[in-house]
Design a protein around this ligand. Sequence first.
Ligand SMILES: *Cc1c(COP(=O)(O)O)cnc(C)c1O
Length: 231
Amino acid sequence: MTTIASNLQAVRNAIAKAAAVAGRVPDDIALLAVSKTFPPAAMREAYHAGQTAFGESYAQEALEKIVALHDLPIEWHFIGPVQSNKTRAIAENFVWVHSVDRLKIAERLSAQRPQNLPPLNVCMQVNVSGEDSKSGVAPDEVAGLAQAVARLPQLRLRGLMAIPAPSDDVATQRLPFAQLRQLRDKLNSQGLALDTLSMGMSHDFAAAIVEGATMVRVGSAIFGLRDYGGK
Ligand SMILES: *Cc1c(COP(=O)(O)O)cnc(C)c1O
């Protein structure tokens, strides 16, 4: 087995273990392999070890990989900040966008999603408590944005995404994930039908699974440490 294949197996085992702790079925938790900064060859290796869903954060880098890997039926997820001038390329080339946090961006994605493709699956990125990033909609603004996004014809609002501040303490890790789950439940009680909680990364996916994650986004635990090379 290659390193990537054995890392993938270890992550799958850890997902199954966390699911068992939470009394959940492992099949209800999708693994998104976050491949940003890693070359197509590494992704090919992961694909041949059974991984089909990949997450990318930078549009230009992702588009180059989509060309390089066009022979593989990969499910492409965009998980980085969405810039206005990249919405068309994202709407045309991805199946999911996890990081919608402004109506203007959602409207552009919907308008630019080709009519011959199914609606683009989207999650709204929420800036949950303790997060230092500028990305994400504030929790008290989620409901308004969700109702507006849900009305856009070429988008399918699937759920919520968050990137909480890192912590080594599992109890602390769980708090923002619980907050995101409660937000999702509240939106569903207001008439939406959100089935996705995109939460948990290499260092905290077990805590996210205990709090209800349906999709974990795992990069370094699969591919190794990233070298941003000044990015
Ligand atoms: C890079 C990234 C990840 C993966 O992070 P790891 O710590 O390498 O698992 C997950 N989600 C988002 C939005 C990212 O940008």
